[in-house]
Each structure stands twice: as C-alpha cells, then as structure tokens.
Design a protein around this ligand. Structure first.
Ligand SMILES: [Zn+2]
Length: 101
C-alpha cells in the first residue's frame, strides 16, 4: 500500500536527512546523489522539493499494518533502495525541523 501525506514533501525528507548528517551519495556505489521517491504523476515538480514523498505501508495478512511506514530514496545507478522510517521524519516535523529557512 502506498499512501501520500501531502505535508511530507521530498524537500522535507531532504532536510531531515541533511539534519541527521546522512550523506547524499549511495553507500554502495558512491553515486553522487540518491533520488528521493516522490508522487509526481505529471512530472512537473521534479527538483522543486514540493512534491509529496511516497510512503510505503506494509499491510499484514490480517489486514492490519505495521505501526510505521517508510519513505525511500533510490540510487539511480545501482538500484540500492534506502528506506527511512516515517516515525523519525514525523518527529522531526513536530519539532519544527522541516521549516524552510
Ligand atoms: Zn548506488
């Protein structure tokens, strides 16, 4: 299941990762910058940071789901996928860390 939270944008994920000191490059192949997965069906918001981030929710066989979802970024060179638990990102937003300067 994929859900989109309008307020969690690609830009928020980027600022979250920056604030935590996570390098932009791929940890496997060292490609310069991994791509944050965003919901942008019209392809109009690439690079703006304003498109909502894709959040993956894992549904369990009984119809419930895990207590957290995951944002992700992908290496466009080697395909490595880095999942980022939503709990920490939402806490970051609650603390006001997502405010643009
Ligand atoms: Zn890579």
């Amino acid at each position: 299941m994929i859900r989109v939270l309008e307020q969690v944008t690609g830009g928020v994920i980027k600022r979250f990762l920056d604030s935590k000191g996570v390098p932009k490059n791929c940890p496997l192949c060292s490609q310069d910058e991994m791509s944050i997965s965003i919901f942008d069906p019209e392809g109009e918001q690439a690079g703006t940071g304003k498109a909502p981030a894709v959040r993956v929710i894992h549904e369990l066989p009984d119809g419930t789901h895990r207590g957290y979802g995951e944002f992700l970024r992908v290496c466009l060179n080697c395909g490595y996928i880095h999942y980022i638990r939503d709990t920490e990102v939402l806490a970051f937003m609650d603390e006001g860390g997502d405010n643009e300067l």
